[in-house]
Design a binder for this molecule. Structure first.
Ligand code: SAM
Length: 300
């Protein structure tokens, strides 16, 4: 792998980390040799993954994981079958663009594809193409499913969105050749660690309020008990001499009395960083927010 290609996420995803990367870079341990194992247990759209792949071409091993099976299958399709995927996406894109100006037909097309996606009967490459199509055309690029795992996000209002970014998909496919792609709970990644691996955790954020909850990426909720289970996992990694960096919402910024993360991670280094969040239906609420960057490295 050359690492010179500028790969970027192929999806829009709630909690995309583009703005936080600068801060994450500052908290990276001294990794001048850059020959280490990088593990991302909640990969989502992989903003940090692709940044790592672009900037550290000599990584020893890279492991990604997510509990969302449709997402992980899409990563696997891009890695193993990019050309067929691109052919299907080109057709979806041209059919969708041709409907521009005919709102009724466009809407019908979107909802037909959504229904087809939810049957989960298509073979893997076609299903992955539908996954990317829906991500590019739905409201705000959200991924939300109901209890039956049916994707239920309404149509977005984009005129002619890019559905098939051929150049990037090919670059992502090449970059993924050295990546081990796993689907399941975050804890399973431990068995893929080498001596002194670097983990980056971007779990579903703890909601700042009941109504701001955007953590339903999968059918099972990531509640406070899950946040505690993640902290316990971080403790285990620390004891095993691995390095980890974790981001989460800053609940204290909203309510000064709320010490949830300050208490959970009291033994570690907690930094508050400015971060713009782009997924918020209410424009007035988009604005400056702080987020937490927590690490077991002392020299943050
Ligand atoms: C905040 S998003 C990650 C955002 C991502 N870093 C980005 O840049 O777009 C959290 C991810 O955690 C996944 N997830 C939720 N529960 C999980 C679990 N128990 N184990 C692994 N992944 C999980 C969700 O499917 C979702 O993709």
């Amino acid at each position: 792998m050359t690492g010179s290609k500028n790969t970027k996420p192929f999806l829009k995803w709630a909690g995309g980390k583009t703005q936080l990367i600068v801060e994450i870079e500052k908290s990276l341990p001294n990794i001048g040799h850059s020959h280490f194992t990088y593990i991302e247990p909640f990969v989502g759209s992989g903003a940090v993954l692709f940044w790592m792949l672009n900037n550290f071409p000599n990584l020893k091993k890279v492991v990604i994981n997510d509990i969302n099976q449709d997402l992980i299958n899409t990563y696997k399709t891009i890695a193993s079958n990019p050309n067929e995927l691109i052919s299907i996406l080109e057709i979806l894109q041209s059919e969708y663009h041709d409907l521009d100006g005919n709102d009724e037909k466009k809407k019908q097309y979107y909802y037909d594809k959504r229904t087809l996606y939810n049957t989960r009967k298509e073979e893997r490459t076609s299903h992955s193409a539908l996954f990317i199509f829906l991500n590019r055309t739905c409201f705000n690029g959200l991924y939300r499913v109901n209890r039956k795992n049916e994707f239920n996000v309404p149509m977005g209002s984009y005129k002619k969105p890019t559905i098939c970014d051929t150049e990037n998909l090919l670059a992502v496919s090449e970059a993924l050749q050295k990546v081990e792609i796993l689907c399941g709970d975050f804890e399973q990644t431990l068995s893929y660690a080498d001596e002194k691996s670097l983990f980056y955790f971007d779990p579903p954020y703890k909601p700042l309020s009941e109504t701001s909850s955007f953590n339903s990426y999968a059918k099972d909720e990531f509640n406070d008990d899950e946040q505690i289970r993640l902290r316990d996992f971080c403790n285990r990694l620390d004891a095993l001499n691995h390095t980890w960096i974790l981001s989460n919402s800053d609940v204290k910024g909203k309510n000064a009395e709320d010490n949830f993360f300050d208490d959970l991670y009291a033994e570690f280094s907690i930094q508050r960083v400015n971060a713009k969040r782009s997924i918020n239906a209410n424009h007035k609420k988009r604005g400056k927010l702080t987020e937490l960057l927590i690490t077991n490295q002392v020299n943050i």
